[in-house]
Each structure stands twice: as C-alpha cells, then as structure tokens.
Write a protein that binds this ligand. Structure first.
Ligand code: CDM
Ligand code: ATP
Length: 289
C-alpha cells in the first residue's frame, strides 16, 4: 500500500506579535496563504513496526529530528498503530527559508498517514495534533488561507486572496526562527492592519491586500541579512506591486498580476540570488495529488 501528498509552501501576508507568553512563545496574529511550490511526499506501508524517513536534501535530517518523522511518531503512538511506514520526501521548498517547509511536510504526513493507516480523523483533529509538532503545522494541515492566532495554532479559515503571481527569492543564508523571535523588541512594534487585510481578502481587493502586507519580524531579520532588503528593493524596482519577507525570513516574496512582469522580476533577480521561483497562489483546501 502506498499514498502520496503534496506539501505546499506558505507565505505570511501579515505577521503581528502581540506579547510574549509565560510559555516563552509569542502570541501572534498572522494572515497566511499557500503557494504552488510544494514538496512531494510518498508513504509506503510497512507491515513491520518501524518508521523511516529519507530525503536527498543535505539540509534535511533523515532521522527523528525530521518534522515529518515527528508527526508520524505522534500519530502512531496516539492511535496505537502497529503498522510502520517509509516516508520519502522530494524536497522542493527551500529549507530554513520562512516558507514552513518542514511544517508542511509534517502536516502532509498527518494527512497521508491518516489515509494509509485508515484512522478516519478529520482535518480539525489533525490540526490539533499538528500543533504538538510545531506552531505552523495546524495551518499547513488545511493548506488554505487563514488568520492564525495563539502561537499560530488557532486557525480561522478565509477565502483565497485575489489570484496573482508570486515571485519568491531566498538569500543563501538560512534563518533560525527561534533566534528571530528572541531578538524581537516588543516595546516598539508597528503593528500590521490585520483586520484590514482580512477585509481586503474577503472583498477580493488586490490593491487592499498589497497595501497591507506587513511582517513585524522584518525589523529583526533585515539588519542582520542585508540581502533581504536588496532583494525587496530589486523586486520593487522591477515592477512588483508589493513585497514582503515571509515568516522569520529570509525569503522575500513579491506580488504582481501580469505574468510578463513576474518574468521580468524573475530575470532581474537571477543575477544575484540563486533560488528564485515564480508561482501562483493556491489559497484554498484541496486534495493535492
Ligand atoms: C515565523 C512563523 O513561521 C510564522 O508563520 C511561525 O511563527 C513559526 O512557526 P514554527 O517554525 O512552526 O515554530 P515552532 O517550531 O513552533 O517554534 C520555533 C521557535 O520559534 C519561537 N516561536 C514560535 C512561534 C511563536 N508563536 N512564538 C515563538 O516565540 C519559539 O522560540 C520556538 O522555540
Ligand atoms: N521535513 C523537513 N524539511 C525541512 N527542514 C526540516 C524538516 N524536518 C526538520 N527540519 C529542520 O527544520 C529546520 C527549519 O526548516 P524549515 O524549512 O521548516 O524552516 P522554515 O521554512 O523557516 O519554517 P517556518 O517558516 O515554519 O519557521 C531546518 O534547519 C531543518 O534542519
């Protein structure tokens, strides 16, 4: 028996931090959506009681540190599954990029194994489990567009944003999410207009979405990674309607409506940025195979 799942990347249209919680996490409000840059994950049923995870990507651990492995272990233990699984990750999403690649692999593993092991859990149940693996995993279980609250695990789904092209560019140096949150000064934050962003999405207002892109973690990541600001400026100079760093960075995304402009931005970035992608917004729940 065998099944397959796609694990798409997410981008943050807004990211706000409200306060630091007693559990050391930060209370956040974020509007997130998905794009069609995705890892592809295969799951092979093993009658033997063992789990394996493999990926050709040298930055992805092939052991219990892998978030897909952690998700599988959690599901197996919680539902006392006696069968095993071999998980093969075809990594397409850049690692440590702010695109939730590992979280999306974990979420895809919950969906895939729910089928393979015939557990019949709902997406809502998988999302609750996902929160135990990481803050972004619950969002990735649904693969839609959502307002995320709490430490990221409280998901209020939204309609997809107006369709557009998304140019993603990742500087070489990855970023540690933990160190970005730790370095954030909470007393001087300029907060995004989260309600306005939600309204713009509901109204299908592309300009409204563009004018409200904001991520409070930029103030930490940008000074330490000058390439991020350079890429933002280059994208704007080449015709992007709006640009923002995703998550804790360092990936920058730009939005445009015309394909020709997306191509122009892509070509203008290829000189000084190795990893550049032109993708579409997915933004709604779908069966992704
Ligand atoms: C930056 C974002 O990707 C935006 O979507 C998320 O907030 C981070 O999600 P994630 O990578 O799944 O985060 P986790 O793996 O749960 O946590 C990594 C580290 O980030 C910090 N962290 C994360 C989420 C949160 N709401 N507050 C935090 O302070 C914590 O120090 C934690 O140890
Ligand atoms: N399946 C996986 N794919 C990618 N990285 C993984 C995976 N499992 C564990 N990791 C580890 O997690 C770290 C962060 O990787 P990931 O690509 O998820 O970061 P990210 O895109 O910044 O995540 P987020 O946006 O949720 O903060 C990597 O350094 C890697 O060692």
């Amino acid at each position: 028996m065998y099944t397959i799942e796609k694990a798409p990347a997410k981008i943050n249209l807004t990211l706000d931090v409200l306060y630091k919680r007693p559990d050391q996490y930060h209370e956040v409000e974020m509007v997130m959506t998905t794009v069609d840059l995705a890892d592809r994950i295969e799951f092979f049923l093993l009658e033997e009681d063992k789990m394996e995870v493999t990926s050709e990507n040298r930055f992805v651990p092939n052991d219990e540190r892998n978030l897909a492995y952690r998700a599988a272990k959690l599901l197996k233990e919680r539902y006392d599954v006696k069968q095993g699984v071999q998980i093969k990750i075809d990594k397409q999403i850049p690692v440590a990029a702010g695109l939730a690649g590992g979280s999306s692999d974990a979420a895809a593993t919950l969906r895939g194994l729910n089928r393979l092991w015939k557990l019949n859990l709902t997406l809502d149940e998988l999302a609750v489990l996902g929160a135990e693996v990481g803050s972004d995993v619950s969002f990735c279980v649904y693969n839609s567009t959502a307002l995320a609250k709490g430490r990221g695990e409280t998901i209020i789904e939204l309609p997809p944003p107006p369709q557009c092209w998304v140019i993603l560019a990742k500087p070489i140096q990855g970023v540690s999410t933990q160190s970005v949150y730790q370095s954030l000064q909470l007393d001087n934050i300029e907060h995004p207009d989260t309600d306005g962003m939600v309204h713009a999405i509901k109204q299908f207002d592309y300009q409204g979405v563009c004018s409200r892109l904001k991520n409070v973690l930029e103030v930490v990541t940008l000074p330490k990674n000058p390439e991020v600001e350079q890429i933002k400026q280059q994208m704007l100079h080449s015709g992007a309607d709006a640009v923002l760093m995703s998550g804790s960075g360092p990936t920058v995304f730009g939005l445009v409506q015309q394909e020709s402009r997306a191509d122009r931005i892509y070509n203008s970035l290829r000189g000084f940025c190795e990893e550049v992608y032109v993708v579409r917004i997915l933004g709604c729940r779908q069966r992704l195979d």
